[in-house]
Design a protein around this ligand. Structure first.
Ligand code: ADP
Ligand code: MG
Length: 705
C-alpha cells in the first residue's frame, strides 16, 4: 500500500487555509473583530486593518512554503485566472531583500484586463480592470511541484465598476436574497433572524482515462471531447459500472484528490462510479453559496492536476463520447437562516408548516416566472449534446415535488387548504435479520431538472465543465424577487395569517403548470409541456436571448444584480464563445481527417491491394471479397472528402458583423456539416484494420484505463 494514502484526515483538513481559526490565533483582537465585521456585515475595511491582515497572512503563507501570491478570480472564460507576484521587495543597498505584502496589495489588484472577455463593456483604450478581495471566501496556499502560492479569492470588475466575472453578481444576488428573506421572516414573526444565505452542494461528474491514450487523440487534446469514434462492442448496457467496485488505480487517485482538497478546506465527501464506463462522481458537503462556487472551481482544477500525476487524464467535458452518457453537475440549493433554520425543511407534516409552504411556493413561482433564465444559466457548448438526450434532464424546466409535497400542492389547488400529509412508509425487506426502515416521503426522480430532495432543491441541468456561478446567481435573484412579491402582498394586508394563507393558495393555483412528477425523458412530456406553455429551449444559441429579455432585465436591475449593459455584454460573450469553440472543433476535425484519417485509409487500401496481388500471384484466386473491401473503403474516402470540403468552405474566412450572426452561422450551418463529416469517418473506423487506425478507439479509451 502506498504510504502516501495513510494519513489522518482531520489533522490535514484545512491545513493550507487562512481560515477563521488561523485568523483568530494570529490576528490582534481588534483587527480580527474588524475583519469579522467586514465579512459578516460588509463594512468597509480600512487600510490600516488591511495592512495588519496582509502582514499576518504573508507570514503564515511563507511558513507554509509560499513564495508568491496571486489574486485568484473567475473571469467569463469558464476557468479561473491568476497573475503571480512574488513577495520579495526591491533589494536594499546591502543587497538583501525583505518579504513584503501590503494591505493595498491584498485588497486590490490591477490585472491587464484587455485579454479577458468583456462583451464590449470595456473600450480598448481603457483596458484596466480591478480584482478586489472577497474576504468572505478564505485565502489558501496551493502547494504543488512548482512550489507554494498564496491564492486570494477576488472579484473582477471593469474600471467603471461593471462585473466581468462570476463572483461579483453572485455576491450581489446573495445580498438581495438575504435582504428579502429577512424581510419576509420578520413579517412572519421571526424577528431574531438577521441573515439568510443560500447553501450549495455541487455533485461533480467526470471521466478518467489513460493519459498516454489521451495524448494520441488530437480531438481530446484540443476540444476536450472525441469528435470521431465508433461505438465499442460493449457500452453501458450491462449497468455494471454504476456504483461498481472502484478499481484500485482509480481509488488511489480519488484518495489523493480527497487529500489535496481537504488540505484546501474543500469538504470532499462522497465518491462513486457513475453510469458510463470510466465515469465517476465526487460530491462535497454543502457550504455557503459563494464558497461552494469557489470550491467547485478548486475541485475541477484538483481533479485535473492529480489525474496527471497518476498518469491519468480527467475529462470534465459534458459529452466526451457520443453515444455514452455525458457528465453534469447537480447544484443542490437551500436557504438557511443565521439562527440555523433550513427554510426548505418541510418537517414531518408539511401541510401545516406555513413558513415552509410559503418559501416553497416562492421557489415554484420563481422557477415558473423565469424558467427561460434558469435554462440559460445551464447553457454551454458541451451541454447542447446532453440536455434532452434521455440521459440528462430534458431542456424543459419543470419541478419535481415527490408524492408527499405533490399531494399537499394538489390539496391547495383543489380546496385552497391542505389538511394532511402522506406519512413516510415503512419498507419491509421480508428478511427477519434485516431491519424494516422508514422510506423518505420525498422519493427520487432522476429525470427531473429541478427536483425537491428532502430539504433542498437540486438543479440538475448544469454542465460538468461549467461554473455553478451563473445558476446560483439566477436562483438567488429570482427567489429574491418571489420573496419580495410575497412581502409586498403580506405587508398590505390587515391580517398576516390570512394573507399568508391566501398568498400560498394563489401561488399554488397560478404556478401549478411547472410541477411535473412523471418521466421527464418521455415524448409525452415534451408534448404536455408544450400544451402547458412551458418553454422548451433546445440549444445554447436559442437560450442566450433569455439574458436580455425585458422581464429578466427588469428583475436583475430591480435587485441590482446586473445592469442591462452587463447582461448585453454577457449575451455577447456567450455568442462569441459558442462560435469560437465550435470553430476550434471544426478545425480540429479538418486537421484529423486530412492528416490522419485519409492517410490511414489509403495505407489500409495499400495493404489490401498488396495482399490481393500476393494472393493472385501465388494462387490465381479471384479475391472478390478483398476487392469488395477496397470498394467500400474507397466509397467512404469519397464521402469523407466531400464532407471535408463542405466543412472547410463553411469555416473559411467566416467573418460576421456581430457575434450573434457569427454564432448563428456555426449553429445552423457548421454543426450539421461537422456531423456529416463524422459519419463516414466512424464507418471507416469499422472497416479499417486496427493496426492501421491512427488513434485509440472508444473501447481502448473507456475500458482500458
Ligand atoms: P443525493 O443527491 O444522492 O441524495 P445527498 O443528499 O447526500 O445526495 O447530497 C448531495 C449533495 O447535496 C451533497 O453535496 C450535499 O452536501 C448536498 N446537500 C445536502 N443537504 C443540503 C442542503 N440542505 N442544502 C444544500 N445542499 C445540500
Ligand atoms: Mg444528486
Amino acid at each position: 500500500m502506498s504510504e502516501n494514502n495513510l494519513f489522518n484526515a482531520s489533522s490535514i483538513f484545512g491545513e493550507n487555509v487562512f481560515n477563521d481559526k488561523v485568523m483568530k490565533e494570529r490576528l490582534p483582537k481588534k483587527t480580527y473583530a474588524k475583519l469579522k465585521e467586514t465579512i459578516r456585515e460588509g463594512k468597509d475595511l480600512d487600510l490600516e486593518t488591511a495592512d495588519v491582515v496582509a502582514h499576518e497572512m504573508k507570514e503564515w503563507a511563507i511558513e507554509k512554503g509560499a513564495t508568491h501570491f496571486t489574486h485568484w478570480f473567475q473571469p467569463l472564460t469558464g476557468v479561473t485566472a491568476e497573475k503571480h507576484d512574488s513577495f520579495i521587495s526591491a533589494p536594499t543597498s546591502t543587497g538583501e531583500t525583505l518579504m513584503c505584502f501590503s494591505g493595498k496589495e491584498l485588497i486590490k489588484g490591477e490585472p491587464d484586463a484587455s485579454s479577458f472577455p468583456s462583451g464590449g463593456l470595456r473600450a480598448t483604450f481603457e483596458a484596466r480592470g480591478y480584482t478586489t478581495w472577497d474576504c468572505s471566501s478564505p485565502a489558501f496556499v496551493r502547494i504543488d511541484e512548482s512550489g507554494g502560492t498564496l491564492l486570494i479569492p477576488t472579484a473582477f470588475s471593469a474600471y467603471t465598476g461593471e462585473a466581468l466575472d462570476q463572483k461579483t453578481p453572485l455576491l450581489r444576488s446573495m445580498e438581495a436574497l438575504d435582504k428579502e428573506a429577512v424581510r419576509l421572516l420578520h413579517l412572519l414573526g421571526y424577528n431574531d433572524v438577521n441573515h439568510v444565505a443560500p447553501s450549495v452542494g455541487v455533485e461533480q461528474e467526470y471521466f478518467i482515462i489513460d493519459r498516454d491514450k489521451f495524448k494520441e487523440r488530437k480531438d481530446l487534446v484540443y476540444t476536450g471531447r472525441t469528435l470521431f469514434g465508433a461505438m465499442p462492442p460493449k457500452g453501458q448496457e450491462m449497468d455494471d459500472h454504476y456504483f461498481g467496485t472502484i478499481q484500485e488505480k482509480i481509488a488511489v487517485f480519488m484518495k489523493d484528490v480527497d487529500k489535496e482538497l481537504w488540505k484546501l478546506g474543500v469538504p470532499a465527501k462522497t465518491e462513486h462510479n457513475e453510469v458510463a464506463p470510466a465515469q465517476h462522481e465526487l460530491a462535497p458537503i454543502f457550504e455557503e453559496a459563494n464558497i461552494a462556487v469557489d470550491h467547485n472551481q478548486i475541485m475541477m482544477e484538483t481533479l485535473r492536476k492529480v489525474a496527471n500525476r497518476h498518469g491519468l487524464q480527467c475529462l470534465l467535458h459534458e459529452k466526451p463520447f457520443a453515444g455514452v452518457n455525458g457528465s453534469g453537475k447537480h447544484n443542490n440549493w437551500s436557504l438557511v437562516t443565521d439562527t440555523g433554520i433550513n427554510l426548505l425543511d418541510p418537517g414531518d407534516t408539511p401541510h401545516n408548516n406555513i413558513r415552509f409552504l410559503l418559501f416553497l411556493c416562492c421557489v415554484i413561482a420563481a422557477v415558473d416566472n423565469h424558467a427561460d433564465l434558469l435554462r440559460e444559466s445551464a447553457a454551454d457548448v458541451g451541454n447542447d449534446h446532453r440536455l434532452g438526450g434521455s440521459e440528462a434532464p430534458p431542456a424543459v424546466i419543470s419541478i419535481f415535488l415527490g408524492e408527499q409535497l405533490g399531494d399537499v400542492m394538489d390539496q391547495l389547488v383543489s380546496t385552497g387548504t391542505a389538511t394532511h400529509s402522506i406519512p413516510g412508509k415503512k419498507v419491509k425487506t421480508g428478511v427477519r435479520a434485516l431491519p424494516d426502515f422508514t422510506k423518505d416521503a420525498t422519493d427520487r426522480n432522476r429525470t427531473s431538472p429541478f427536483a425537491f430532495t428532502g430539504n433542498k432543491f437540486e438543479f440538475r441541468m448544469v454542465g460538468s465543465e461549467d461554473s455553478v456561478g451563473e445558476p446560483n446567481v439566477v436562483l438567488n435573484t429570482i427567489m429574491a424577487e418571489a420573496i419580495c412579491d410575497a412581502c409586498d402582498y403580506i405587508e398590505k394586508a390587515d391580517d398576516v395569517e390570512v394573507a399568508v394563507h391566501d398568498y400560498i393558495k394563489e401561488l399554488a393555483m397560478k404556478h401549478q403548470r411547472i410541477i411535473f412528477n412523471g418521466n421527464g425523458y418521455s415524448k409525452e412530456w415534451a408534448e404536455e409541456a408544450e400544451r402547458r406553455g412551458l418553454p422548451n429551449i433546445v440549444s445554447m444559441f436559442e437560450a442566450i436571448p433569455a439574458l436580455t429579455a425585458d422581464k429578466n432585465v427588469a428583475t436583475f436591475e430591480k435587485f441590482k444584480v446586473f445592469t442591462k449593459g452587463e447582461l448585453e455584454s454577457r449575451a455577447d460573450i456567450e455568442y462569441e464563445q459558442y462560435a469560437k469553440k465550435i470553430n476550434i472543433e471544426a478545425r480540429t476535425m479538418i486537421d484529423m481527417v486530412e492528416k490522419q484519417f485519409i492517410p490511414a485509409a489509403i495505407k489500409y487500401e495499400k495493404h489490401v491491394a498488396d495482399s490481393i496481388n500476393a494472393i493472385k500471384n501465388a494462387s490465381g484466386l479471384s479475391c472478390d471479397t478483398q476487392i469488395n473491401i477496397l470498394k467500400k473503403v474507397d466509397a467512404k474516402i469519397s464521402e469523407m472528402a466531400e464532407a471535408l470540403s463542405t466543412l472547410s468552405e463553411l469555416i473559411k474566412d467566416a467573418k460576421f458583423d456581430n457575434n450573434k450572426d457569427f454564432a448563428e452561422h456555426f449553429y445552423k450551418k457548421v454543426v450539421p456539416a461537422m456531423n456529416a463529416l463524422r459519419k463516414p469517418v466512424d464507418e471507416l473506423e469499422m472497416l479499417v484494420a486496427k493496426e492501421d487506425w491512427p488513434m485509440p478507439s472508444y473501447g481502448d479509451l473507456l475500458f482500458e484505463v
